[in-house]
Design a protein around this ligand. Structure first.
Ligand SMILES: NC(=O)c1ccc[n+]([C@@H]2O[C@H](COP(=O)([O-])OP(=O)(O)OC[C@H]3O[C@@H](n4cnc5c(N)ncnc54)[C@H](OP(=O)(O)O)[C@@H]3O)[C@@H](O)[C@H]2O)c1
Length: 314
C-alpha cells in the first residue's frame, strides 16, 4: 500500500508498506481521509521533546506512518471484534492514517455521520472530541469565551458551546473572523484590533499565548478556565508548565483551572455524530491535500494559516 513513511523524527516520504493485519479488537480500514491536527506535527517532529517521553518513541517515531484522525470503510475485522462489520463507514483515531490502509481499535471508532463526507468526518475526532470534553458542564445561558476560535479545536468549541445554549464569544485573528462568525459565534473579537473584554463562565483556551492572570481576569468568580493547548512554549515542554501552574493554582482559588487531557473514545465520537446529524455541528474544512502532499498539509496546519481543519484525502 502507499503511505507517508516516517522512519525518523523530522522527515517523511511517500513509500510502500505492507498492508497491516488487524489484531485483537482491531479492524482493517480502507482509509478515505486523514485529519491533520497540531498533534500530527508534534509526532512527526518529536517536539516538544516531552512527547518522546510520553510513549511515542524516544529515538524515532514508534508509528511508521503519521496521522491519527481517520475516516474510512471497514475491510476486515480482527479477533474479538463485535459491533463492526466489513463495509461499515466509520471515523475515529488510529496510529497511522496517512496511508491507503490502517488498523484501528474499535474502542476508538464510531459510525461516520451520514450527513457529511469522508473528508469532513476525518476532520472531526481529535479536535471535535477535545472541544466537547473541554465544554462539559456548560449550561444554557452561560457565557463562553473561545480563544483560537478559528482553529481546529476552537471551530468546534464555538459550535458545541452554541449547541449547549451558551452565549459565545470567539477570539481570532483577522483572516478567521468571517469563519468564526459563520460558525455561529454571538460575538467575534479580532484580537489584532482590540482585546476581549468582560467576564465569562467558561474560557476555552486553544490559542495559548495569554498569561494565566489575564485569563483569570476574564472569568467570573466561580468560572472555569480550560487550557486546551499552546504552541508558545519552548522545544522541551511546549508550554506544558503553564498548564501545570494552573493545576497547582487551582487548589487555592475559587475559579476552576483545568488542564485538559482529552481522550479518544468511540463514545465521544458517537456524541459528535449525534450533534453533526442534528445539524448543530459542521466540520469547517479549510483545505484538502492529496496523500503525496501530506507533509504540506502538516506544514499548513503548523503555519497557523489554516481556517478550521485540514485533511489529507487518500
Ligand atoms: N489538551 C488536549 O487534549 C489537546 C487536544 C488537541 C489539541 N491540543 C492542543 O491545543 C492547541 C490548539 O489545537 P488546534 O488543533 O486548535 O490548533 P490550530 O488549528 O492551530 O488552532 C489554534 C488557533 O490558535 C491561534 N494561535 C495558535 N498559536 C498562536 C500563537 N502563538 N499566538 C496567538 N495565537 C495563536 C491561531 O488562531 P489565530 O490565527 O486566530 O491567532 C490558531 O487558529 C494546540 O497546541 C494543540 O496541540 C490539546
Amino acid at each position: 500500500m502507499k503511505a507517508l513513511v516516517q522512519r525518523r523524527y523530522g522527515s517523511a516520504v511517500l513509500g510502500d508498506l505492507e498492508v497491516p493485519v488487524p489484531g485483537q479488537g482491531e479492524v482493517l480500514l480502507e482509509v478515505r481521509s486523514a485529519g491533520v491536527d497540531m498533534g500530527t506535527w508534534h509526532l512527526l517532529e518529536g517536539k516538544p521533546y516531552l512527547v518522546r517521553f510520553l510513549g511515542f518513541g524516544f529515538r524515532g517515531p514508534k508509528s511508521p506512518v503519521p496521522g491519527r484522525d481517520v475516516s474510512g470503510v471497514v475491510k476486515e475485522i480482527g479477533p474479538g471484534v463485535t459491533g463492526f462489520s466489513p463495509g461499515d463507514e466509520v471515523f475515529g483515531t488510529c496510529e497511522g492514517s496517512f496511508a491507503e490502509y490502517t488498523v484501528a481499535h474499535v474502542s476508538r471508532l464510531a459510525r461516520k455521520p451520514a450527513t457529511i463526507s469522508f473528508a469532513e468526518a476525518a476532520a472531526v475526532p481529535i479536535s471535535g472530541g477535545t472541544a466537547l470534553q473541554g465544554l462539559r458542564g456548560v449550561q444554557a445561558g452561560q457565557r463562553v469565551l473561545v480563544l483560537g476560535a478559528g482553529g481546529g479545536v476552537g471551530s468546534y468549541g464555538v459550535q458545541i458551546a452554541k449547541a449547549l445554549g451558551a452565549h459565545v464569544t470567539g477570539v481570532c485573528s483577522t483572516p478567521k473572523v468571517e469563519l468564526v462568525r459563520s460558525l455561529g459565534a454571538d460575538e467575534v473579537v479580532d484580537y489584532t484590533v482590540a482585546d476581549f473584554t468582560g467576564t465569562y463562565d467558561l474560557v476555552l483556551d486553544c490559542g495559548g499565548n495569554r498569561s494565566l492572570s489575564r485569563l483569570r481576569k476574564a472569568l467570573t468568580p466561580r468560572g472555569t478556565l480550560v487550557l486546551v493547548g499552546a504552541e508558545t512554549g519552548g522545544s522541551l515542554t511546549g508550554g506544558f508548565e503553564r498548564a501545570l501552574g494552573a493545576a497547582a493554582l487551582n487548589l487555592f482559588v475559587s475559579q476552576k483551572l483545568v488542564m485538559l487531557m482529552s481522550t479518544e473514545r468511540g463514545e465521544v465520537f458517537d456524541e459528535l455524530r449525534v450533534l453533526i446529524e442534528a445539524g448543530h455541528v459542521r466540520p469547517a474544512v479549510d483545505r484538502e491535500f492529496p496523500l503525496s502532499e501530506g507533509l504540506d498539509a502538516i506544514e499548513h496546519v503548523y503555519s497557523r494559516r489554516s481556517r478550521g481543519k485540514v485533511v489529507v484525502t487518500i
